[in-house]
Ligand binder design. Structure first.
Ligand code: TXA
Ligand code: MG
Length: 364
């Protein structure tokens, strides 16, 4: 299959007549059961008609994703939610008022209209109303309900620009819409509202503190806080080793100067063994690092930059053939929870915690 690439100026909420025509054509593709990758404010999505079981099967095939891993249904107007959920708890309305349109997904009881192919066999459904103007127009032109996982091949980091989508999806889907680089760079926060207490299943740009303020206390899924808990994650997708670079990745936590010295030592050893080495570091410490490839993820205090750069840096390290990667660790406050969740997943939870002083302990 030949994958058509179209460009839409993401910053313009009013598309040109040509862009408008292209978006309508994209909508037609989805209505006819085809797949279109498109930008959202978080990461690029791989969209198909959420109410068509054949479309969802195609999404799993294109991604190479296990079909027990449910998809998020994207809508463009709040009122469209009633067709796909059986019951709308009062918390859902409060959350929608506070955070929609935006980077937040709610898990709710599913209505008949949503096929089990879309929800990976579950009787709950994930719903999100994105803020990206291109995404919202596309959803409207597609009939109102787009099932969309991140537009990466399974096991790769979520794509933050159209080039990465094309690398993964060319020849597998009908169209890619290039709307430039995304703003956030990490996938949406997921909150489960189907149980007694609201619970975060995946941390994201909408933080626990922000949700606490709207709902009172919200819980964090234990499998996020403690990957060794032995419990199955409640978002099935969280159990897979996502976002993994080809090279091995180790996260190092400690005082910045100590971290740099420790990483440089490990890099030296790895180099002697013939590894191609890479480091993910912050602006403040960058010039202390010695490795084949050193990537700047942003300034230590600039969490939004760190979030936006993470997935792209993981892809770049792969592209440059780096086989052994070390990264600084980041404080788990606010958006830092989501950053560390994705970074530790990419590292297969390998983290070295340096005690103040010297040495280190490794949890491999
Ligand atoms: O920001 C985002 O959410 C992006 C953009 C494209 O919207 N989408 C995205 O989708 O990240 P995906 O498929 O890569 O991740 C969806 C996650 C998976 O971990 C999946 O298991 C979980 O949501 N999920 C979906 N439906 C669920 C349900 N009914 N119950 C529990 N978890 C669910
Ligand atoms: Mg994904």
């Amino acid at each position: 299959m030949e994958t058509k690439l179209i460009h839409i100026n993401a910053n313009c909420t009013e598309p040109t007549p040509e862009e408008e025509a292209a978006l309508r054509q994209a909508g037609e593709i989805i209505r006819n059961g085809g797949l279109v990758a498109f930008p959202t404010e978080t990461v690029y999505g791989l969209g198909g008609d959420a109410l068509n079981p054949a479309s969802s099967r195609k999404i799993y095939a294109a991604k190479g994703r296990p079909s027990d891993n449910p998809l998020i249904v994207h809508i463009c107007r709040f009122r469209d939610i009633h067709r796909i959920v059986r019951r709308l708890p009062e918390e859902a309305v409060r959350i929608a008022e506070a955070f929609w349109p935006g980077p937040l997904t709610m898990i709710l009881p599913k209505a008949e209209a949503v096929p089990r192919e879309t929800t990976g066999g579950l009787d709950t459904v994930a719903v999100r109303l994105p803020s990206h103007p291109v995404a919202r127009r596309l959803i409207a032109y597609s009939g109102g309900y787009i099932a969309a996982p991140s537009a990466n091949r399974s096991g790769k980091p979520s794509p933050t620009c159209a080039r990465y989508v094309s690398e993964d999806m060319d020849g597998r889907i009908e169209m890619v819409i290039d709307g430039g680089e995304v703003g956030i760079g990490l996938e949406s926060t997921i909150i489960d509202l189907t149980e007694e207490n609201p619970r975060i299943l995946r941390p994201g740009y909408v933080t626990q503190e922000m949700l606490d303020r709207v709902l009172g206390k919200v819980d964090m899924d234990v499998t996020i806080l403690d990957p060794d808990s032995g419990q199955a994650p409640r978002a099935p997708g969280m159990k897979y080793r996502h976002y993994a670079p080809q090279g091995s990745l180790v996260v190092v936590e400690g005082e910045p100067g100590e971290v740099a010295a420790y990483i440089n030592r490990r890099v030296e050893e790895d180099r002697r063994r013939g590894e191609k080495t890479g480091i993910i570091g912050t602006t403040e410490v960058l010039e202390q690092y010695r490795a084949d490839v050193v990537k700047c993820i942003g300034s230590r205090g600039a969490q939004e930059d760190i979030a936006r750069n993470l997935f792209s840096i993981l892809r770049q390290l792969d592209d440059e053939g780096v086989t052994s990667i070390y990264s600084e660790s980041f404080p788990e406050e606010g958006l830092g929870q989501a950053i560390m969740n994705r970074l530790l997943k990419a590292a297969g939870h390998r983290i070295v915690r340096l005690p103040a002083g010297e040495g280190g302990s490794c949890r491999d």
